[in-house]
Design a protein around this ligand. Structure first.
Ligand SMILES: *Cc1c(COP(=O)(O)O)cnc(C)c1O
Length: 464
């Protein structure tokens, strides 16, 4: 006999049936869909059967009902839901990277709702190139002779490697065998493409001679990868793109640069490093460059390939992987709009990522002071708010080492920062901020139009 069962009376008998609990919950929560209630009740009852509560628990059924309602509410939420980004990280991968410009979102919605000339040439009535006009805009902006856009930059790199180097060798510096968040690793992408990795140099230093020594009859490509999420300091050295291009020309091997995050504008007057412009890599002689659509470019998720040679873009476009990785029509419409905004000179004002990164310190300070005044207005909870100068981050491996002075609201709740931050995350809409030294820090740089009033309300609500 099970001795445990003797000491602890079995509460399993008290567990209600799925049908009864659902029929009790439905009238109490008329806005929760039936499928979510059913699924939640099943899960909560299964859990209760596995771990019956101790005998003394009085309102056992009430507890089950509350748990099921809470779970059903979460199951029924759409995904993803809007959040307010007060982290000061402009390109936050966990928050979906670049928000689209209003115009890009409208173009996307219009493409979604109607038929379109996606693969049709209206003049001839014949089949047309998918994204043909978008490709022309990419070339016009960058000076590239050929271009292609696929699903994301990991896909762009995979396609380029498979086209140029399948079954052959790709030479990469050991200092550039990077991992980008979300299980993207250069050696693994290389392997998946069917190319063979030839590592050269050391983690901290790679010399031109290392590349030269590694090149052989089987070498298909020299690859340079931007170290997006870390910097090296100390006894370090790398071979510049220009030098790599010179070596490639000597030995007759093309050069591919994975830029990760790049712009199609020259923003060196704003203090941005010239290398952030994709065109600079082409001018330096790279045969192919690739970068993400939803990092500094500020468009939809996409992987953009620019080539110095028109035929190379065509060859990549004809590879079977190009079909598997192709950009969907919604992203295509948003990307096309974003490129037009760049060509028209409207991008710095209209593309949110650029607007946020180019915001002046004076404007950010004024915004922070205005929000602080609203928080401290009479009749509110009047939290102690400090307006403080701080720094934001571009994120997404963009603009390494570039200072982004910003302004923040610092709120130090008596109940502690962790609980306050959790209530903010679980609010409607959720607010994400930084926690530092017992305070929650709200950076105003990453607020979007419409976020300000919600942020003030959310802070008030989370303080109680
Ligand atoms: C971000 C990044 C990638 C991956 O780009 P996705 O668009 O997320 O696929 C690849 N390489 C580098 C250097 C990056 O910074």
């Amino acid at each position: 006999m099970n001795s445990e069962a003797e000491v602890k009376p079995d509460r399993r008998r008290d567990i209600p049936s799925v049908g009864r609990l659902v029929s009790e919950l439905q009238p109490a929560y008329p806005d929760l869909p039936r499928w979510a209630l059913l699924e939640a009740v099943r899960r909560v009852l299964a859990e209760a059967r596995e771990h019956p509560p101790p005998a003394a628990e009085a309102s056992f059924e009430d507890v089950l009902r509350d748990r099921a309602a809470e779970l059903a509410r979460r199951l029924a939420l759409p995904h993803p839901i809007r959040v307010v980004n007060a982290t000061g990280i402009v390109l936050h991968t966990n928050l979906g990277r670049a928000p689209l410009a209003a115009g890009a979102a409208a173009a996307l919605a219009a493409a979604a709702r109607s038929y379109g000339d996606l693969e049709l040439d209206l003049a001839s009535g014949k089949r047309g190139a998918r994204g043909g006009r978008m490709v022309e805009k990419l070339c016009a902006l960058s000076g590239a002779s050929g271009a292609l856009a696929v699903n994301n930059n990991a896909g762009a790199l995979l396609l380029a490697l498979a086209t140029l180097a399948r079954g052959r060798e790709v030479v990469v510096s050991r200092g550039e065998l990077v991992e980008i968040g979300g299980s993207f690793r250069i050696p693994e992408i290389l392997e998946a493409s069917g190319a063979r990795l030839v590592e050269v140099g050391a983690t901290n230093r790679t010399h031109a001679a290392d590349y030269r020594a590694a090149v052989g009859p089987d070498t298909a490509l020299l690859l340079k990868v931007h170290r997006s999420n870390f910097e090296q300091h100390g006894f370090v050295g790398e071979v510049s793109l220009r030098e790599l291009v010179a070596i490639g020309a000597e030995v007759g091997v093309p050069v591919l640069e994975d830029l990760g995050s790049a712009t199609l504008l020259d923003l060196s007057a704003e203090g941005w490093r010239p290398e952030t412009e994709a065109a600079a890599s082409l001018r330096a002689g790279a045969d192919v460059v690739c970068f993400s659509g939803d990092k500094l470019l500020g468009g939809p998720q996409a992987g953009i390939l620019l080539t110095a040679d028109r035929e190379l873009a065509k060859t990549m476009g004809a590879h079977p992987l190009a079909r598997a990785l192709r950009l969907d029509k919604l992203s295509l419409a948003a990307l096309d709009w974003t490129l037009s905004a760049h060509l028209d000179g409207r991008a710095p004002q209209e593309v949110p990522v650029l607007r946020e990164l180019l915001a002046s310190e004076q404007d950010l300070e004024a915004l922070a002071r205005r929000l602080a005044a609203e928080l401290e207005a009479p009749g509110t909870l009047q939290p102690a708010v400090e307006v403080r100068r701080d720094r934001s981050f571009a994120g997404g491996g963009s603009l390494p080492g570039f200072e982004l002075p910003s302004w923040t609201l610092v709120v130090r709740p008596r109940s502690g920062a962790e609980g306050f931050a959790e209530r903010l995350r679980l609010g409607e809409p959720p607010v994400l901020a930084r926690i530092r030294e017992g305070a929650v820090v709200f950076d105003v740089r990453t607020l979007l139009p419409g976020d300000e009033a919600d942020l003030v309300k959310a802070i008030q609500a989370a303080l109680v």
